[in-house]
Design a protein around this ligand. Structure first.
Ligand code: ADP
Ligand code: MG
Length: 710
């Protein structure tokens, strides 16, 4: 039996009978079966195996055998409170038993106990009010300690244990919970089967499942606990990767069929090499990173399997061009490509670039957003459906219900972290298993990428186009903003342009600068001689479009904005990025915003203006921005600060919390588990060999994660 197959109700255990408070408390945290009780691991362990005598109470929790000397009573207000005097070989101390007068029976005068707890020096005594104990003499104590634990012989003392600390459950005391788990272990361990193939278990010296379960709850020593943790983490990550590998397998099988059916109708192929035609027309050549990415993509698109590739490249690394080249490949093959971007601003910019770069090659391009209505829209949709349009560029509108494509062969999702899984699926469903290229400048660290997008291939564009100078970043206190403004003025004088970014659109309740008021102030008080315009998400799309166009042409010198300019906006003549209240922005937003400058050959600057009301985290973020320019490093730092669950898009992308393992923290184990899982599936796809049978059995009888929808 696998542990998840143990469906006997917890009510089978003594002390958790049907209808009891304990049973209800467990049900409340989702533990109804003994299997799930055993899979609810401790959040921490108390090491009572190492002795710390009373005199060393400052070194950590005391763990020592003590004798009870006397009982005394004192008053807290009107409440009579018990105080117990104790001593060990090194010192005397006392236990303050607030609200626990019954302790006088449990800690009897003259008897020995193993005491565990935090002590402090208070009122001239070494004192503890939070302690736990076990009898060392024959009489077992009810209540404290491990119920049912064998009393410890005095001569062996202190033979403490490592005790589990479970996440708190209202209505259930720790000691009760420990006793229940102990009972469950005693009763069920003998029937628990292994889930990891034996050869792998031996390779890493992992414990058997039964041993690991026993030791994760009640380890003999800290060393055994470490082994149990390692075993369980490996197992979790191994199955995570087995699922990922199986998904990839299943998809390949489906695709192979569809591809075979599709081949006969691939008649519309264009003879010419559109990619080379575009490259010949460019005033520059691809960077090495771009070339590698395009090679990866071409290889995928030529293979019989559909592409599923994540293209990561830092802000400004030139992903758009790679996307266009991929689109051309789809068109060469007689199909259509859709390029989806999260904002209308960005989609429009792509459409304009595509019109410039692709239309001269005879490729038809169209732009679709939800703002395109009635007649225009009807005609557009007709052209998508007839195949008159080769490349469709737009926002979410690209997968609206009424949009049909003749033969959507490639889906490109820019700034993919802005989209959820459902949206990704919606656009994919517009074609017959199209190739998928997802792009992001908010890199998901590799460790996370392989779990979240386990069945994706990843290409990374390293480096930026030549001639780019590193952006100079300065921190400035709000009170020094005049110096920043003066610096920007000098840049404007030399013909460059600037962005000013604010956390709010309009004046709000918070005492923060906002874009609308600051545009007014910058225009009327500070930069009188320059044209200043506003861009934010509440503005009319048409107005925003005209503003962006004017900014791009250089008719507008300063663009005052919110984080709408965060993604994708590309105006190489802008050299200054001033972010006010930089302490309010997250790391990835700061990095994206900074990436709006440094896109030409001129030296660019980023000013992070912060008010003195910042948190420690904010300070760390600003320091990271000052010290690092590499988006991957910044993403790793972000992950450290926020934890993986917080990284945008990750939650929706199927990232899940495992029992013990953390795919980021335990990346090294994850990589091993992945290698092993994939090697196993490659060598034995049906999981038929003796060693792999247990994996097949786990998947069919007790699939892990089935309750979290992986
Ligand atoms: P991102 O990767 O952030 O989406 P873009 O695709 O917007 O970057 O490219 C940034 C800028 O770099 C654009 O102005 C683009 O024309 C330019 N660019 C792209 N590739 C090259 C190259 N190989 N050499 C020079 N400039 C390039
Ligand atoms: Mg981009």
């Amino acid at each position: 039996m696998f542990v998840r197959e143990i469906c006997d109700p917890v009510a089978r255990l003594i002390g958790a009978k049907a209808g009891s408070a304990a049973e209800k408390a467990l049900a409340h945290v989702g533990v109804a079966t003994i299997g799930s009780l055993l899979c609810r691991y401790p959040r921490d362990w108390e090491d009572r195996s190492r002795r710390i005598p009373l005199k060393d109470f400052r070194k950590g929790p005391v763990c020592s055998v003590v004798r009870v000397l006397a009982h005394d009573w004192f008053y807290v207000g009107k409440v009579r409170t018990l105080k117990i005097f104790i001593e060990d070989d090194t010192a005397r101390a006392c236990l303050a038993c607030y609200n626990r007068p019954f302790m006088k029976n449990q800690l009897a005068i003259g008897k020995d106990y193993l005491i565990y707890g935090d002590f402090e020096f208070k009122y001239g005594e070494i004192q503890s009010s939070a302690f736990d104990f076990e009898p060392v003499s024959a009489a077992p104590a009810a209540g404290g300690g491990v119920v049912g634990a064998k009393p410890i012989a005095p001569d062996q003392a202190p033979v403490g244990q490592v005790l589990p600390i479970y996440p708190l459950t209202k209505g259930l005391r720790m000691a009760q919970l420990r006793a229940l788990v102990k009972q469950a272990l005693d009763a069920y361990l003998p029937v628990i089967e292994n889930e990891i193939p034996q050869n792998i278990r031996e390779r890493y010296h992992l414990l058997t499942k039964a041993h690991a379960l026993k030791a994760i709850h009640f380890p003999e020593s800290m060393k055994e606990l470490e082994k149990a943790k390692k075993t369980i983490m490996y197992e979790e990550l191994f199955y995570l990767e087995v699922m990922v590998g199986k998904r990839a397998q299943a998809k390949r099988n489906v695709m192979r069929r569809t591809q075979a059916e599709m081949t006969p109708c691939m008649t519309r192929q264009r003879a010419c090499d559109l990619q080379s035609m575009l490259l010949d027309r460019l005033p520059f050549s691809l960077t090495e990173g771009q070339r590698d990415a395009v090679a990866d993509i071409n290889k995928d698109m030529d293979s019989p399997y559909p592409m599923a590739r994540l293209l990561q490249g830092d802000v400004g690394s030139g992903k758009t061009l790679v996307a266009f080249l991929a689109a051309l490949k789809a068109v060469e093959k007689g199909g259509q490509a859709a390029i989806m971007a999260p904002t209308e601003l960005l989609a429009r910019q792509h459409a304009e670039n595509a019109a410039k770069l692709l239309e001269p090659l005879g490729v038809t391009v169209a732009f679709l957003t939800s703002n395109i209505k009635s007649k225009g829209r009807k005609q557009l949709l007709k052209n998508f459906a007839s195949g008159a349009i080769d490349v469709a560029i737009g926002t979410h509108a690209l997968f609206s219900r009424d949009v049909w494509y003749r033969d959507l062969r490639l889906v490109i999702i820019d700034e993919q972290h802005r989209f959820g899984v459902v949206q990704r699926q919606a656009i994919m469903s517009k074609g017959d298993t199209p190739d998928l290229l997802m792009m992001s400048a908010t890199p998901i660290p590799r460790t996370l990428a392989i779990t979240v997008y386990g069945d994706l291939d990843v290409s990374v564009i390293k480096g930026l186009p030549p001639g780019r100078q590193p952006i100079v970043t300065h921190l400035a206190l709000e009170s020094n903003e005049d110096k920043v403004y003066e610096f920007v003025r000098a840049q404007l004088k030399s013909g460059a342009q600037a962005y000013f970014v604010y956390p709010l659109i309009e004046e709000g309740e918070l005492d923060l600068k906002d874009a609308v008021s600051m545009q007014e102030r910058l225009a009327t008080e500070i930069f009188l001689e320059y044209t200043i315009a506003l861009a934010h998400s509440k503005m009319d799309e048409e107005e925003k479009r005209l503003t962006m166009e004017a900014f791009r042409r250089g008719d507008i010198h300063i663009l005052v904005a919110t984080s709408v300019v965060e993604v994708g906006v590309d105006v190489p003549n802008a050299t200054c990025m001033v972010i006010e209240h930089a302490e309010r922005f997250g790391l990835s937003a700061l990095h994206q915003l900074r990436g709006r400058v440094g896109r030409g050959t001129a030296q660019s600057y980023c000013f992070l203006v912060y008010s003195d009301k910042y948190t420690e985290d904010a300070k760390t973020r600003l320091m990271v921005m000052l010290e690092h320019s590499d988006g991957f490093v910044i993403a790793e730092e972000d992950l450290k600060l926020r934890g993986p669950g917080q990284i945008s898009g990750v939650e929706q992308s199927g990232y899940i919390k495992l029992g013990l393992a953390d795919p980021v923290e335990h990346a090294a184990i994850l990589e091993k588990a992945r290698e092993d899982a994939f090697a196993m599936l490659e060598a034995d796809p049906g999981l038929l060999s003796g060693d792999h049978r247990c994996v097949a059995e786990v998947l069919s009888r007790a699939p892990p994660f089935s309750d979290v929808g992986v």
